[in-house]
Design a protein around this ligand. Sequence first.
Ligand code: AP5
Length: 186
Amino acid sequence: MRLVFLGPPGSGKGTQSKRLVEHLHILHLSTGDMLRAVVTQDTEIGRAAAQSMATGWLVPDALVVKLVKDRFREPDVQNGFLIDGFPRTVAQAAAFEEYLAETQRPLSGVLELRVPLEELVSRLAGRGRKDDTPEIVRERQGIYRQKTQPLVDFYRQRKLLFPIDGLGTSDEVFERIIETVTGLKP
Ligand code: AP5
C-alpha cells in the first residue's frame, strides 16, 4: 500500500503513522524527521532546514523533492510506504505525482486528518519541540492553510482523498484510520 498522510501541524500524523505502518508492515517516511536529521550538516539542505525550522517556514520545494526522490531509490520503498509531511505544496505534489507515475507506483490513498485549530494549538503547546513556541506554531499553521490546504482539492479531484476526524483519543482516531484503509486497494 502507498499512502500519504496530510494534516496540519499537531493533527497527529506522526503519532498515527507509527501505529499504521506497524499494522500494515510498510515503511514510514517523514520529511520532518528527514530534515531534522540533516539540520546539523553544513550542506545546502542542512542550512535550508535549519533556517526554515527555526522560523516555521517550508524548506524550498526543489530541495525537499530531491531528498524524497533520493530516498525512494532505496529498495525498502518497494513494499509500500506511508509518507507524512510530504507533499506540502502543489509544486511538491505535482513533482511527486510525476515521479510515482514514472516509477509505476500510483498512490493507494491520501489520508487527511482533520482537527480544529484550538485543539492543534493546545496539543503543540504541551509537546515542547524546538519549533513549538507560540510564534512558530502560529506561523506553521498559517503556512499550512496557505500552502498545503490546496492539496485537499488536488487529491480530491484525483479521487484519492480520504478525510478522517482526528479528534478523540489516539485509539479512536486509529480505529477510524483502519476502517478507511481497509477499503483501499493495496
Ligand atoms: P513536520 O515534522 O512534518 O511537522 P508538522 O507537520 O508541523 O507536524 P507535527 O510533527 O508538529 O505534528 P503531527 O501532525 O505529526 O502530530 P504529532 O503526531 O506529532 O515538519 C516540521 C518542519 O519541517 C516544517 O515546519 C518545515 O519547516 C519542514 N518540512 C517538513 N516537511 C516539509 C516539506 N515537505 N516541505 C518543506 N518543508 C518541510 O502530534 C502532535 C502532539 O499531539 C503530540 O504531542 C502528540 O502526543 C499529541 N497527540 C497526537 N494525537 C493526539 C490525540 N488524538 N489526542 C491528543 N493529543 C494527541
